[in-house]
Ligand binder design. Sequence first.
Ligand SMILES: Nc1ncnc2c1ncn2[C@@H]1O[C@H](COP(=O)(O)OP(=O)(O)OP(=O)(O)O)[C@@H](O)[C@H]1O
Length: 517
Amino acid sequence: MTLPSDPATFATSATDIDLPSVLLVDDEPRSLDAMRRTLEEDFRVLSAGSAAEARRLLASEPVDVILCDQRMPGQSGVDFLKVARQQWPEAVRIVISGYTDSEDIIAGINDAGIFQYLLKPWVPDHLLATVRQAVEARALRHGLDRLELDLRAGNPALRARRAERQREVRESFDFQRIERAPGSPLDGICDLAARVAHYDLPVLVLGESGTGKELLARAIHVASPRAAGPFVVENCAALADTLLESELFGHKRGAFTGAFEDHVGLFQRAHGGTVFLDEIGETSPAFQVKLLRVLQEGEVRPVGAARAVPVDVRVVAATHRQLADEVRAGRFRQDLYYRIAGVTLQVPPLRERPGDIAPIAIRLLHAVGTELGRSGLSFGPDALACLLAYPWPGNIRELRNEIARAIALSDADTIDATAFSPAVLHGQAGPSQASRADGLPAVGTLQERLDAIEARLLREALLRQRWNRTRVADELGLSRVGLRAKMLRFGLGDKPARAGDEPADPHEAQPSEGPAP
Ligand SMILES: Nc1ncnc2c1ncn2[C@@H]1O[C@H](COP(=O)(O)OP(=O)(O)OP(=O)(O)O)[C@@H](O)[C@H]1O
């Protein structure tokens, strides 16, 4: 195949002007040519070798989709797409780049209104699917604009259709299932996750065991353009190297003793969807090399197979370790780290977000109760206070188990503190996963650690003084207003009223249990 000497404007190869049009912008002639060959059967492809050339083309004819390389001399892809957004807002914008550019791109996502972010090396099927989705998004937006005009003209049937469409979109957005208190540290994490969900970036989720990393990964999948595809989970710590390789990449019959038939690996099964690799920090150096190759090449070679199979998956990985430290210590490959850590989300342990304990416990009580055939349960007066005073080294998984145990041990519909295990009842936890021997958090910024200590002292004083705020304020040398502000800050304001406590301040909101999930 001969390439044009000047990549600037080798024009469309398709003659059918009814096809949707795609403008490719890249200063690399080979890359332009490869993309053009992939797309030209389905689209009318225009090519430009620079941002200036692309602007000239856009000024002369309408374009449905712009697909732009991030690294170009003169103007970066994202900067060019910002300009394109202003001048040709109807064209859907896609940026394509190497993984090292991801920070720049995230910073520019909002301003440039980027629809999708494709990582190099791209896979032809994925490139085609992404451009098709972009064309569909363009058609949908066009339809919505038409609908908007009709709505302004006051058509009630169309108004109902639009409301229905919006409801569908809202319901598919699953971050709401991640229970938390208003103002929880998880809000920021879920916001960031919701933003990156839309782009094909690899995501690394860090956090202690049981903090909800898999739940977050599922929410990212559900909110991503891959939501209709599969979400498959593999716990990398649970299998020996060879089994893990065969489980993820598949094997051919006879590849090893016991391989009686062909086995399709999880990467192939997840084609078009998301693979969640839990405990990636536990993998061996040998396995890391194999995984890196798969991610770099976008194809898997089943054990014993002669040929590799292209796969189009998004990888979300998780670990309880601080993976950057593992890289520094030489236990985790740096190149693989950069491949999987397009965006890193750190989920804090439950003891560092005490405000979340009550809403999560209430949701779990309803959910586990329903699973066990015991709906309509509620916590008794002491139960929530008891849960708040315990540091939950096993995080939400431990909280869930504790609640399941308490439900099983109680005949009544009101779960009392006495149904909890002795450790929880007396607030004595085993060692937490990232705490020091003195019980202080071993990770987080200085402010986060100070907050965790302050929340713990406050919680202990409240429990000691049986939630009598006057006595707690006296003990801690605070005004009642100051105490209340701190209780709200740490989510400790929703202790249920107890017989024998001082009467609640009538101006303060009374506790309420949230709706059943
Ligand atoms: N915010 C939350 N609200 C309700 N349930 C939650 C929340 N976070 C976690 N859970 C529940 O807690 C349990 C543990 O969560 P999950 O498996 O996502 O944690 P994890 O961090 O991936 O754990 P591990 O690293 O051990 O695999 C699950 O049953 C999950 O549904």
